[in-house]
Design a protein around this ligand. Structure first.
Ligand code: UDP
Ligand code: MG
Length: 335
């Protein structure tokens, strides 16, 4: 069996992208062909319910050595779809991108050039981002919070998935086994020489975004809880401050009792203060719950995704040692 050794691997998660796959194929293969280096495209079908699965098979049939398809058993999320690709890539430079053509494939040579200049991670920020106003507002707010909570995570725009990683960084990420993760942040944890470039951004080519406000909030919690203890620590600080203020308040009330005598005014003010504090306690409980939920997920040790089938050609899987058997041993010329 011939072994196809690509230099570039492009990993793409696909969830209900039937209208985009043909254009993705045309533009991506044109760009990669023009680079003149061996490449592969690894597409993970993340539980699509439209015709994406059939279309991906068709693409694999067109270029069986270059286009590999991983089919999940259900919807495990964008980052798990990318992780499944990372576990199987064969290239030296690994590029991630979305299937909806919001990241123009024509920007890939820029990323490859930055990798070849010696960087191990190439981050990107979207120049003139083309998304709905509410998405832009949520993103801006979140990028600000993230910079405050995770100052070490140096990236301008965490939402842009068109990025490049070296093979050793990808192998490290694939080995973590985490169920909830955020790939660009994980990569920065291991990077020794990262850089950032600006890339163009386009409106979604067709179909609708897979993220509503709720999903976006959950997704951002994955980033925060996965890479920072700040939300937990901030409650220690809030708790300390409130305890100190309460102590001062008690001293003040005691002094008033002694100096002014018994009084009942201010009951509703006290109610307001108590309700406010209960709100803070509930919020704190929720934050602790976010961490505990994720610890629970990890300790159950369930598979983080289930692969139904893989369409690929050209190499015996890494885990299987290639031993000559009676069937594969060449026949002796004399029989
Ligand atoms: N995606 C996925 N699984 C999901 C949600 C999204 O594989 O559960 C893929 C989707 O097909 C696309 C990429 O992740 O290739 C980004 O999704 P989308 O464009 O919907 O997100 P947005 O650009 O609105 O943030
Ligand atoms: Mg998109």
């Amino acid at each position: 069996m011939t072994t196809y050794r690509p230099y570039i691997s492009v990993v793409i998660p696909v969830h209900n992208e039937q209208e985009n796959l043909e254009e993705l194929y045309t533009r991506l293969t044109k760009t990669l062909d023009s680079l003149g280096k061996p490449y592969e495209i690894v597409l993970t079908n993340d539980g699509s319910t439209d015709r994406s699965s059939d279309l991906l098979k068709e693409l694999h049939d067109r270029r069986p050595h270059q286009i590999r398809v991983i089919e999940f058993n259900g919807n495990f999320g964008q980052h798990m779809a990318i992780m499944a690709g990372f576990e199987r890539v064969r290239g030296e430079i690994i590029i991630t991108m979305d299937a909806d053509l919001q990241n123009p494939p024509e920007e890939i040579p820029k990323l490859v050039a930055a990798m070849e200049a010696g960087h191990d991670v190439v981050n990107t920020h979207r120049e003139s981002r083309q998304d709905s106003l509410w998405r832009l507002a949520v993103s801006k707010l979140h990028n600000k919070f993230r910079a405050l909570m995770m100052p070490k995570l140096k990236m301008e725009d965490e939402g842009c998935m068109l990025r490049a990683y070296s093979r050793n960084i990808v192998d490290l990420m694939a080995s973590t086994g985490e169920t909830t993760t955020f790939i660009p942040a994980l990569a920065l944890n291991y990077a020794s020489n990262p850089t950032e470039v600006g890339v163009a951004h386009a409106p979604r080519s067709a179909g609708t975004s897979n993220y509503n406000l709720y999903k976006l909030i959950r997704y951002n919690f994955d980033l925060v809880t996965g890479f920072s203890l700040f939300p937990l620590q901030v409650f220690t600080l809030i708790g300390m401050t409130i305890s100190f203020l309460s102590f001062c308040f008690v001293v003040f009330l005691m002094l008033r009792r002694l100096i002014v005598g018994p009084e009942v005014e201010g009951v509703f003010t006290l109610f307001a203060i108590v309700f406010f504090l209960i709100g803070i306690v509930l919020l704190g409980l929720g934050v602790v719950g976010e961490y505990i939920g994720r610890i629970y997920q990890e300790v159950r040790k369930r598979p983080r995704f289930v692969v139904r089938r893989v369409l690929e050609q050209g190499e015996v899987p890494k885990a299987v040692p290639v031993m000559p058997t009676a069937d594969t041993l060449p026949l002796h010329p004399n029989g």
